[in-house]
Design a protein around this ligand. Structure first.
Ligand code: SF4
Length: 356
């Protein structure tokens, strides 16, 4: 069983902080893209999928006809989860009806902030009001899904971020993801309130925990049973096929992708999706060990020391974890090494020190 990720690389406009593969191209190119994606899928998919995730970019920027054509070409039965990302200003009854008709059962809504000044500063095209209306519609249509928020934004106060978290929890969000903004060099924004990062993160976790939205990954919180099955495949190093420009695949322990953005990908699909045209990242044993530790520690379950030993044929060097256990940043419970307390804030530091 595999999972499928489809990257829709188009956005109506580009947000000032964006670091994804996203292009504001005219709508006439969308139809060509859908044909290419379906062609790539036909040439590369040789398994049934457990989960499908339509991400981007902005899948919801596709018009109704293109969305219908894309969804009609995808697997329709046997899925355990079928998710689609939405931008608030692109949510419409017509597109939701199409999504429901073709089996989408989970939404991911990019709210980012409920403060109009911050949204404007980020270059987002929606307002807080649009975001809340979109959430209400998606939540009642799909029943489950995620709201994405951002924190540590320039000019953002702790109170402001916590108010966003409280609002979404009180409106019945079953899954919330929040990410600290990372700005690439050269992006022109006022300074971020980096000293507030720990306070914002820890207080938001507390609010969500009181609302029974439990942390199951560093940035992801859900009511029991509403965790994202697709994203857990990434953290558990499960197999997935990535379709579309810049999409990465992870198959048989090897990561692969087509170098470049839309045009190189288009040429590659038109010439038959040859394996030789993929850039492969074959990890060393050490690289695999690092990935296993890094990804496992991000999750609520943590790193199973038995699984580590089974996979790599040696014991995890536990003495490297001891200083962090003493600090109470890590804990050992039932053979699992897990983040604890403020350790959830400092995974990078723990990881650097405890490299296998
Ligand atoms: S909507 Fe998302 S992918 Fe598109 S430009 Fe904004 S941040 Fe980038």
């Amino acid at each position: 069983m595999q999972s499928l990720y489809i990257h829709v690389p188009f956005c109506a406009s580009i947000c000032g902080y964006c670091d994804f593969c996203a292009m504001p191209v005219p709508e006439r190119l969308h139809s060509e893209y859908v044909d290419l994606v379906l062609r790539e899928l036909e040439l590369r998919a040789n398994d049934v999928f457990d989960t499908v995730y339509l991400g981007g970019g902005s899948p919801s920027v596709l018009n109704a006809a293109n969305l219908r054509k894309l969804l009609a070409g995808l697997q329709k039965s046997g899925l355990k989860e079928f998710s689609m990302e939405w931008n608030p200003e692109q949510v419409s009854e017509e597109k939701m009806d199409i999504a429901l008709e073709f089996g989408i059962d989970r939404f991911s809504l990019g709210i980012q902030s409920l403060n109009d000044n911050l949204l404007k500063m980020l270059g987002r095209k929606h307002t807080a009001k649009t975001a809340l209306e979109a959430f209400e519609k998606l939540n009642s249509a799909f029943g489950t899904g995620s709201c994405d928020l951002m924190f540590c934004l320039p000019n953002q106060s702790t109170e402001n971020f916590l108010s966003d978290v409280k609002t979404m929890a009180s409106l019945g969000a079953k899954h919330i993801s929040f990410y600290g903004l990372t700005l690439e060099k050269g992006k022109k924004f006022p300074p971020q309130p980096e000293d507030l990062y720990p306070e914002m993160y820890l207080k938001a976790v507390q609010i969500l925990s009181e609302a029974k939205l439990d942390r199951y990954e560093v940035s992801n919180f859900a009511l029991s049973g509403h965790e994202s099955k697709h994203n857990q495949v990434y953290w558990k190093r499960g197999a997935y096929l990535g379709i579309g420009p810049s999409a990465h695949s992870y198959l048989n322990g090897i990561r692969s992708y087509v170098e470049g953005k839309y045009v190189p990908w288009k040429k590659w699909v038109m010439s038959g999706c040859l394996q030789s045209g993929l850039t492969e990242d074959i990890p060393s044993t050490e690289g695999k060990e690092m990935e296993a530790v890094w990804l496992s520690l991000r999750t609520r379950e943590g790193l199973s020391l038995k699984d580590y030993e089974r996979e790599f044929g040696k014991e995890f060097e536990f003495k490297k974890a001891e200083p962090f256990i003493e600090k109470k940043w890590l804990e050992l419970s039932n053979d699992h090494l897990k983040l604890n307390g403020e350790g959830w804030l400092w995974l990078d530091k723990i990881f650097l020190y405890s490299l296998p």
